[in-house]
Write a protein that binds this ligand. Structure first.
Ligand code: FEO
Length: 171
């Protein structure tokens, strides 16, 4: 049976992952309607990735004899000023999620729930990779500044990343 404190903390994380998915959906829509089809493809994919994260937690809680919770969720921001604005916000958001996963890990250690701690290792690695990826993209965007040709190139690169990415595994 899953420790109740751990279950409650995972249920809060489920809400955060769902919010992430909706935030990236909102960002993808902005990109698609503002001339950045590559960034849109990248973010649509990321929307699915966050949903997969959410589902991983849902299935884990249920498989351990607990009950996952679908919560009320706030509306994400839907107006952005630029690609730079979007990726800056993504990085800040991912740093927040990393901190949240680390806190969750801390709870599992306090509660001596080592199985969940072990399960969380995947997310700890994933967060490191996500932060690195977003930081790299943001660095490139900052480098080209307002240069339209440079931005076009970055959009193409993001499209390439979305196309080359491995299929999202079923949970
Ligand atoms: Fe589910 Fe991007 O963290």
């Amino acid at each position: 049976m899953l420790n109740l404190k751990v279950q409650d903390a995972i249920n809060v994380q489920i809400k955060k992952e769902e919010f992430s998915s909706r935030l990236y959906l909102s960002m993808a829509i902005w990109c698609e309607t503002n001339g950045y089809p590559g960034a849109a493809a990248f973010l649509y994919r990321h929307t699915e990735e966050e949903r997969m994260h959410m589902m991983k937690f849902v299935r884990y809680v249920n498989n351990r004899g607990g009950k996952a919770l679908v919560s009320d969720i706030e509306k994400p921001e839907n107006d952005f000023s630029s690609l730079n604005d979007i990726f800056t916000k993504i990085l800040v958001h991912e740093e927040y999620i990393t901190e949240s996963i680390n806190n969750l890990y801390g709870i599992t250690m306090d509660e001596k729930d080592f199985s969940t701690g072990n399960f969380l290792q995947w997310f700890i690695t994933e967060q490191m990779e996500e932060e690195n990826l977003m930081r790299t993209i943001l660095d490139k965007i900052s480098l080209v500044g307002m240069d339209k040709a440079g931005m076009f190139h970055i959009d193409k690169e993001l499209e390439g990343m979305a196309t080359a990415a491995k299929p999202i595994p079923a949970v």
